[in-house]
Each structure stands twice: as C-alpha cells, then as structure tokens.
Design a protein. Structure first.
Length: 437
C-alpha cells in the first residue's frame, strides 16, 4: 500500500489525484490545499484545508498520515522550498527543491543557465541590475521587446511590446518598476511564432516528454481580452500539434535534456519532478520562452488521462533516479480541455452564485477548480470554476464533445468556444507555414 499526498486543490491537482488512484498498487490518497475540492475529496482518505505557505502544517499532516511521498501541484510551494522542508522530515516530493525551482522562479537564472552552457534556445536578452544602458538596450529591438520581472508573478510579470507596452518609453518605465521591486529585470527580443507546452518527467538525468499541448491565456475568443490562468488547451492524437514537426519536438526535447544536465552541473543536485518548457516555434526553429517547475493547468488535464503507465511507478522512478528503466506510454488520442469561468472573469468575476452540473453526462471528463460545495449545491469561487476534458481520434472530434458537455453547465459562466476548432487550428497552421516559407 502507498500513502500519497497531493499538495494543492485545483483542477490540476484533481487530475493528478485521479491518475495516482488509477495505479495498479493500492493507493491511499491525501490532499492538503487551500480549498475543498469536491472531486479530490471523493478520491482521498483525508484532506486538510490550510495555507500552502504553512509548511509546518503540511509537514504535520504528512507525518500524521505516514505519507510515502508527495506530489506538489502549484509553483509557489516549490519556489518557497516545500521539497527541502518535507525532505527534512524524510518525505520526498515529486518537484524540485528551492534551489532547482529557480528554473521557474527566476527568469534571469534560466536565461543565464542556457547562455553559460551554450544551450541553443534563448532569444537575445540581457539582465539588468540598474538602469545603466537599459534605455539603449530596449531601443535596440526597434519596438520588438519583452520586459520580464524576475520572480513568480502569477502570470502578471511579463509585458510584451505591442500587447501591453506601446512605446519604448512605456517599456523603460515598466523595467524601472521591476528594478525598483526586485532589483533585477530581464529585457529580451520579442519572438514571433506559435507557442506550445512540452512537459517532461525528469529524474535529473533522464527526460521523458508528455504529448505537446497548446494553452490559451486570453479570456475571450480569438485571443482577445485580458490574460488568465489559461482558458483551455488542446493536444493531438500523434502527440505533436498540427503546426509542429517532429523536428520541433526534438529540438525542444534537446533543450530540456541539456537544461536538466546543466542545472545538475551548476547546482550539484538532480532536478526531480516535472520539467515544463514553454516553447515557441519560430522561423528559425524552436526557442525557449520559460520553464515551469510543475504541471501546467490546464495542460495536465490533456495528458494525464492518457497516461497508460502506472503514475505511481513514474513518480517513484523520478524520485529514485530510475526513469531510464521504465517505459512511459500515453494513449494516442486528441484531447480538448476548456474551462468554464465566472462571468466577469478575470477582472470582475461574479462569485458566490450557484451553478449546476446536473445535465453533464457522467462519462464527461470533469475536474473541479474554484467552486464551493455547500449543502444545496455548487457555488462559484471567483476564479476558473470547472474544467471539461474530452478525447477523440482527432482534435475536432474532441472539441465537439468538449463543447457539447461544457454548454450544459448551468449558471453565470462562460468559456472559449474557439479553442480546438477547425478555423482556429487552420489559422495557426497557415501562420507557421508563412513564417517558415
Ligand atoms: N521572448 C518572447 N517573445 C515573445 N513573446 C514572449 C516572450 N517571452 C514571453 N512572451 C509572451 O509572454 C507570455 C508570458 O511570458 P512567460 O515567460 O511565459 O511568463 P509567465 O508565464 O511567468 O507570465 C508568454 O506566454 C508569451 O506569450
Ligand atoms: Mg508562461
């Protein structure tokens, strides 16, 4: 029997828990999170609601329940050192320790890591610690630059010229703001192309990729509106994306493998967890946008339901450094995931209003996120509420099914109807063809 702790309580952690429970082994699941997730609760023996920065309490809960190992969903506890903290109590965590989690928590660290180790994939960039030469460097990109705050900012630290910043002067001002807040800022070249997520299992040496996924950050159809935690994502039956070649995936894989080795050399420790590269396919090949140190949300919902290999074995292989000894397989299905979010999300979301899932067929893939379960039903929590996932032999079939199910959620919610549709995918394919020609 295995007693496993999931840290976190969103839809990502719901699917992590479900995948652990599918194990051939007898798994007793526990979760510690900041909310009551109705789906996770059903899968777990016990759960505790608490703050994710209350490491003492997480440790106490883990020890009380004789946890064999933990899987950490969100980035903040990793960046703050939950892995180091639980290890002191003898509990291993699938997820890098604080030093290694800099790969996500410090954009400048990651750019420098690639640079120093001659790993291809960085755009032109420079880290600034004061405003010396800052204005001139921004100017050198002729209006195509990106300014990145150097820390975890919940998706709000990066500003892109043309999208958020409309002159060099505005860029300079934002860079000064970052300098004032963090003492550091990254300025880089704006790359043009199609972004994709390639998440990999990593034991510090071996890197095994999951199917590639494309996420959609903007709130409204046609990539309009404010940025969100992610409104939905799709992945294809062949584990590529319609606008990617297998060479693109090979390039991305090579970057991740090189990074796993370089970080071991640099910091003297093995990166054990999920290595999630945010890449962009450009006319000059694949470049790195950023690394995350955990599963993507929604991307986890695209890939984990397809995992054929026992996830408990995969986690143990990550922790033991044995990933090269196991075969990791994913089913060949296309997956489309869409989030139903409260009206007004993300800026002024309705919260505390009731929704109903009664009309959704039992076989639909449904994962709970920000909802409160009360005696008389489910209420909106104010952030992304319900993720619906559907599979198909191709993306369009999966999209159709996903749309059919998500439309049945009753209440003041909306979702993006364009994610995974033929017209959207064709547009992306055409864009890449044009760039590459
Ligand atoms: N060098 C770049 N060129 C073009 N777009 C970029 C670049 N860096 C970031 N972006 C855009 O900004 C978004 C957020 O940046 P990212 O580095 O992923 O930070 P975070 O996810 O932490 O907010 C990316 O998804 C991408 O759309
Ligand atoms: Mg990102």
């Amino acid at each position: 029997m295995k007693q496993i702790l999931v840290i976190g309580s969103g839809a990502r952690e719901h699917v992590i828990g479900e995948t652990l429970k599918r194990s051939q082994q007898d798994v007793k699941l526990f979760y510690f999170g900041n909310s009551k997730n109705p789906g996770l609760v059903k899968l777990c023996e016990k759960y505790e609601i608490g703050k994710l920065d209350d490491f003492e309490n997480i440790k106490k809960f883990a020890l009380e329940n004789k946890i064999d190992f933990a899987v950490c969903g969100p980035e903040a506890p990793l960046a703050a050192g939950i892995t180091d903290y639980l290890l002191e109590a003898g509990i291993r965590v699938v997820g890098p320790n604080k030093k290694l989690a800099q790969l996500e928590s410090s954009k400048s660290f990651t750019r420098d890591l690639l640079d120093k180790n001659n790993i291809k994939g960085n755009p032109l960039y420079k880290n600034f610690f004061d405003n010396n030469g800052l204005k001139e460097y921004i100017g050198s990109f002729k209006g195509n630059y990106v300014i990145k705050a150097d820390g975890l900012k919940g998706g709000k630290g990066v500003k892109v010229s043309g999208d958020h910043l409309f002159s060099d002067e505005e860029g300079y001002k934002y860079a000064l703001e970052c300098l004032r807040d963090e003492g550091k800022v990254v300025v880089e070249e704006k790359l043009i192309g199609q972004e994709f997520s390639l998440m990999s299992f990593c034991d510090g040496t071996t890197v095994i990729d999951m199917p590639a996924v494309q996420d959609h950050k903007r709130a409204y159809d046609k990539d309009k509106g404010p940025n969100t935690g992610g409104m939905g994502s799709y992945s294809d039956a062949n584990h590529l994306l319609p606008f990617l070649t297998s060479k693109d995936i090979d390039e991305a894989h090579h970057i991740s493998e090189s990074v796993a080795n370089a970080i071991k050399t640099e910091l003297g420790e093995y990166y054990k967890g999920i290595l999630y590269g945010g890449f962009i396919a450009t006319k000059n090949g694949v470049s790195l946008i950023e690394y995350n140190a955990r599963f993507g949300d929604p991307e986890a919902m695209n890939v984990l339901p397809l995992l054929e290999t026992d996830f408990v074995l995969v986690c143990e292989a990550i922790l033991d450094g044995n990933l090269d000894k196991i075969n990791v397989n994913f089913r060949n299905k296309a997956m489309v995931c869409k989030y139903a979010v409260p009206r007004g999300y993300p800026d002024n979301p309705i919260r505390g209003t009731k929704i109903s899932l009664d009309k959704i067929p039992a076989e639909a893939g449904l994962y709970f996120a920000s909802v409160d379960e009360k005696e008389d039903g489910l209420y909106l929590g104010g952030s992304r509420a319900i993720a619906i996932v559907a599979e198909g032999d191709n993306i369009f079939e999966a999209e159709d099914k996903c749309e059919d199910a998500i439309k049945l959620i009753e209440g003041p919610v909306f979702h993006r109807s364009d994610i995974g549709t033929e017209s959207m995918i064709n547009e992306k394919v055409r864009m890449m063809e044009k760039l590459r020609s």
